[in-house]
Design a protein around this ligand. Structure first.
Ligand SMILES: NC(=O)c1ccc[n+]([C@@H]2O[C@H](COP(=O)([O-])OP(=O)(O)OC[C@H]3O[C@@H](n4cnc5c(N)ncnc54)[C@H](OP(=O)(O)O)[C@@H]3O)[C@@H](O)[C@H]2O)c1
Length: 293
């Protein structure tokens, strides 16, 4: 039995789809407030649902009972309920889950963190690094996946990159390269890490097949769609000012993530792909699919 935490999210949902395709039994921790459609999608995959919350240790103890592995993608950055914060969920909740997994003698714990080049100080970076350290010290067999920016999130209208309208908001100069990765490929890594000696007590940085600067990404979309983009830059000074003036930990975190994007994050995947032969989605192919949609 594989327990997935964050299964009603984008990445966790994709992990469940891929796990279900392998025929493995899956249990997902869901909350009563989760999107009905996403819960129905999990049921249709044959996932066993258990109610719980990362803030509730007893629910985590029950969920971990009899599971061979735990995969956790949960985060409050985009999906949160009253009482959820980076401190109570991304940090303390994940630490609580590790402790519950240890008590239940889970054989492998897979934690989705983010790239170690995303290092601008902010509450989410503190949470991710604290959880990683706690997991490494726990004695559990661990795998830490550290992906860089997801193309489906950062090259989407939600973050100001709108291929339909031909507009792009770029954080910083747009000259520094990023190894944009598809969240579907991150999901495949999570599945391929299960019971895999190459993933035993490993931290794996994840990027796409090629690092491209945001301006190169725009050019790629322009070539694919046959039309010019209107590009707006948010200068680093503006992002630094936003971070300094942030009213809460979420705003501070978003400004820090945008600053990390401005600094760039190129990841050499050659060694990792020797151990995990996954065919990674390129930005050009993603652009083709987005422009066609
Ligand atoms: N976006 C990027 O570019 C990027 C890059 C690198 C790493 N990552 C990491 O990737 C991971 C997955 O992201 P995603 O896009 O799948 O996020 P998402 O779609 O926002 O999903 C978040 C999930 O966490 C669950 N959750 C939130 N608070 C919870 C709580 N108190 N107890 C239990 N579950 C809770 C949510 O459940 P509900 O549905 O009930 O709210 C949801 O299932 C995150 O850890 C993120 O930091 C993202």
């Amino acid at each position: 039995m594989i327990l997935v935490i964050g299964a009603t999210g984008l990445l966790g949902g994709e992990i469940c789809r891929r796990l279900a395709a392998t025929g493995r039994p899956i249990r997902a921790l869901v909350r009563p407030t989760a999107s009905e459609t996403r819960v129905e999608n999990l049921k249709a995959l044959g996932v066993t649902l258990v109610q719980g919350d990362l803030k509730d240790r007893a629910s985590l103890d029950a969920a971990c009972q009899g599971t061979a592995a735990v995969i956790t993608t949960a985060s409050t950055t985009l999906s949160r309920q009253p009482g959820d914060s980076i401190q109570t969920v991304d940090l303390e909740g994940q630490v609580r889950l590790i402790d519950a997994a240890k008590t239940a003698r889970v054989q492998q714990f897979i934690y989705v963190s983010f790239s170690h080049h995303i290092d601008v100080d902010c509450p989410l970076t503190t949470a991710k690094r604290t959880v990683e350290a706690h997991l490494k010290r726990s004695g559990l067999t661990y795998t830490i996946l550290a992906p860089t920016f997801f193309m489906e999130v950062w090259l989407s209208p939600a973050l100001g990159f709108d291929a339909g309208k031909g507009t792009a908001q770029i954080y910083g100069s747009g000259a520094n390269k990023i190894g944009w990765i598809s969240l579907r490929d991150v999901a495949q890594f999570a599945v391929d890490c299960l019971d895999n000696p190459a993933a035993r007590n490993a931290t794996i940085e994840l990027g796409g097949p090629e690092a491209l600067s945001p301006l190169e990404v725009v050019r790629c979309f322009e070539e694919t769609g046959g039309r010019k983009f209107r590009v707006e830059h948010v200068p680093e000074e503006t992002l630094n000012a936003q971070k300094a003036a942030a009213a809460d930990p979420f705003q501070r975190t978003f400004a820090a993530l945008m600053l990390s994007y401005a600094h760039g994050d190129s990841i050499d995947m050659r060694m990792t792909l020797q151990k995990f032969p996954i065919s990674l989605l390129s930005v050009r192919e993603y652009a083709r699919r987005t422009v066609r949609a």
